[in-house]
Write a protein that binds this ligand. Sequence first.
Ligand SMILES: [Mg+2]
Length: 146
Amino acid sequence: MIVGCDIDGVIVDPGEFFHLIPDWKEYYRHTVAMKPIPEMITLVKALIQAGHRVTLITSRPSSDRDKTVEWLEMYFRNCPPFDLLMRPEGDARTGAEIKMSVLRELRPDMMIEDEPKTVKMMMAEGFTVLQVHGYRLSDEDSVPQG
Ligand SMILES: [Mg+2]
């Protein structure tokens, strides 16, 4: 199957640099130093090893690509390279909007995502979503919705 997978809050633990948000530029400056979410790294590796195609879908800007790839190489050593779909430079849409347009084209069998509002949008369009809890971006988001 084709699996779409978000990065921040799904395989990357934003915790240590969480306080920098919404200064995303400053947050992304620390990309290489960000900690992984070990359980999710294990899960994604298992999906890849089982022959599923994992495509990373992130609202990180494409200017962060090199650092993101460097991070992926640290934690997914010996895994085949990922398709990595990022926010095009200068694209001011919200992360949710960017992800939705990618999903409509890619039509993944499953999406792994953490942000509740984004999960809700994906589900509303009929996508199967595996939601990761515990790495919320705000207190509001920590309240389960629906
Ligand atoms: Mg996320």
